[in-house]
Design a protein around this ligand. Structure first.
Ligand SMILES: [Zn+2]
Length: 93
C-alpha cells in the first residue's frame, strides 16, 4: 500500500470508498469506463451515500441536457460548479 492510499484510508467515518474518489470516478462510471471491480465498489458506495447518489443524478442530468457528453467535454467551469455543489452537500450533511 502506498503512503498516500494509506493516508486516504485513515479517516474517521470512512466508508470503503471515500466520497472524493466517487466524485472523480462518476464520469468514468457514466462512460462505462470503469473496471468491473471499480464499478462494484462505486455502486456499493452509492447504495449507502445519498450525496454521491445525488451527485450522480446531477451528472446524468447534465449529460442528458448537453447531449452526448464525455468527461473531456466537461469545462473547468462545470467541474467547479459541481464541486461547489458537492461541498455544500458536505457542509449541510
Ligand atoms: Zn459518498
Amino acid at each position: 500500500m502506498s503512503l498516500l492510499s494509506g493516508l486516504l484510508r485513515f479517516r474517521p467515518r470512512s466508508r470503503d470508498l471515500p466520497c472524493q474518489e466517487v466524485v472523480e470516478m462518476v464520469t468514468d462510471y457514466l462512460e462505462e469506463a470503469l473496471s468491473p471491480a471499480e464499478r462494484r465498489r462505486l455502486e456499493h458506495h452509492l447504495a449507502g451515500c445519498e450525496h454521491c447518489t445525488e451527485y450522480l443524478a446531477q451528472m446524468r442530468e447534465t449529460i442528458r441536457l448537453a447531449g452526448r457528453l464525455t468527461p473531456q467535454d466537461l469545462t473547468p467551469e462545470m467541474r467547479t460548479d459541481l464541486m461547489d455543489l458537492y461541498r455544500r452537500w458536505r457542509i449541510e450533511g
